[in-house]
Design a binder for this molecule. Structure first.
Ligand code: S3P
Length: 442
């Protein structure tokens, strides 16, 4: 793949039906859970991306047998606490915060030190948010009090169940603790600020003893750990976070319509749809069905002429946490000033997204007011760009690359966007789908 792409032309109107790639959160969770099950699990449509391949590679290093064909991926589970630990093992989580954090929860019984490393972006991200609760189970981390990768974990023979309060609304932290709880005899209690609930739904589907009480802002979760579970097959639906780029592309393009089929529209992930509807977008979910606890639907979206600014309710943040960059493009075209708040977590992602998102909007001529947890975006409904841009130095954040591409295809100007290879983390066929809709990218 070349070092950059050049986009000089807006996309023409389109009316199409597409499928985007599979859900990354579910693909990683399926693989981790399958490795802990008894028997052979099979996944169809497992996302074939770097983050998922890093997951499979880490599992292989832990002695898990994996078979991948064009049609499916099979994992021979080792049961709870069944990994083969070796001295001097290094696991590489690559670019994936989800993998890095969740897998630590599964290593709490390792008798040897296991080193966890990641790429340049992951090595800048906070891991104390997960080492702190895992220490309570009995794990130890080296260097002591080190907050970032690389780090080593050594487990304990007798992990103890814990009480844990998750206050950031991080599904990665909640899920990592849930996986440690699964491997620990006794009851672990979690009070978690709302976040995506794929792990809970999988636990329920697999009949792992779990009780959940949902209150307005928090969920109370009780897990009775140490209970074995059987292998399971899964047909992974498409990712709403990948769909998001095409939802926004359609809204911002003239006279266009799009159907995105078979998307995981789990209500804990549909923040973008709720936010964009409040801003006046025309989006509908059709053919809804439930698959193993997850809601799946086709997303129907049309161009919108009148986009309104929004004072975005913070309660919608966690359900749209990976979509804010692309939502900011809608705010750039809205009538009025949009305000997004309580978003400090956005600067904790693959890149500092609140900061970099604001910088890209400024380059486009959109005024913003930025703090370390909020952004005001001064929309320009008639925005037309004819400048030249270069987008680089964004820590190869896949979502920054895809946001910039959508901006180039809808606002005009001449864009040189670096690191197209970043899409391999989550959405390797992104540029092919753009091509299918008629976008011209060199
Ligand atoms: C994810 C949770 C979110 C999200 C990430 C995937 C998951 O992170 O940003 O891309 O699969 O659990 P946090 O849980 O840290 O908010």
């Amino acid at each position: 793949m070349s070092k950059f792409v050049i986009i000089k032309k807006k996309i023409e109107k389109f009316n199409k039906s597409i499928v985007v790639e599979s859900d990354k959160s579910l693909s990683i969770r399926w693989a981790l859970m399958a490795s802990q099950a008894l028997g052979i699990s099979r996944a169809y449509n497992l996302l074939n991306s770097e983050d998922v391949n890093s997951t499979l590679n880490c599992l292989k290093k832990l002695g898990v047998k994996i078979k991948k064909t064009q049609k499916y991926c099979e994992i021979k589970g080792k049961g709870l606490n069944g990994y083969k630990y070796k001295k001097g093992l290094t696991l590489n989580a690559g670019n994936s915060g989800t993998l890095g954090r969740l897998i630590l929860g599964l290593l709490i019984h390792s008798p040897f030190k296991i080193k966890l490393i990641g790429d340049q972006s992951l090595s800048k991200r906070d891991f104390s948010r997960i080492t702190n609760p895992l220490k309570k189970f009995g794990a130890k981390f080296y260097p002591i009090n080190h907050k970032k990768l690389p780090m080593q974990i050594v487990g304990s023979n007798h992990s103890k169940p814990i009480k844990y309060e998750e206050i950031k609304g991080s599904a990665q932290c909640k899920s990592s603790v849930m996986l440690a709880a699964l491997n620990t005899n006794g009851k672990t209690f979690i009070k978690a600020k709302k976040s995506r609930d794929h792990t809970e739904l999988l636990f329920k589907y697999l009949k792992i003893p779990i009780k959940i009480k949902k209150l307005q802002n928090y969920d109370y979760i009780e897990i009775n750990g140490g209970k074995k579970f059987r292998s399971f097959n899964y047909n992974i639906p498409s990712d709403i976070s990948s769909s998001a780029f095409f939802i926004v592309l359609t809204i911002l393009s003239k006279n266009s319509k799009l159907v995105i089929r078979n998307v995981n529209t789990n209500p804990s992930r549909t923040g973008i749809i709720k936010i964009l509807k409040l801003m006046g977008a025309k989006i509908k979910l059709k053919n809804k069905k439930i698959y193993k606890g997850e809601q799946i639907a086709n997303i129907h979206v049309e161009s919108s002429k009148n986009i309104k600014a929004i004072n975005c309710p913070s309660k919608l943040n966690s359900g749209a946490i990976d979509e804010f960059l692309i939502i900011f493009l809608i705010a750039a075209k809205a009538k009025g000033v949009s305000y997004f708040k309580d978003l400090a977590e956005l600067n904790q992602k693959e890149s500092p997204r609140l900061k970099l998102g604001s910088k890209i909007l400024n380059m486009m001529g959109i005024k913003t007011k930025l703090t370390n947890h909020s952004i005001k975006i001064y929309g320009q409904p008639n925005i037309q760009i004819d400048k030249k841009f270069e987008i680089k130095d964004f820590l190869k954040d896949h979502r920054i690359f895809m946001m910039s591409t959508i901006a180039a295809l809808t606002f005009g100007g001449s864009w040189k966007i670096y690191n197209p290879e970043s899409i391999h983390s989550s959405f390797p066929s992104f540029l092919k789908v753009i091509n299918k809709l008629g976008g011209r990218i060199n």
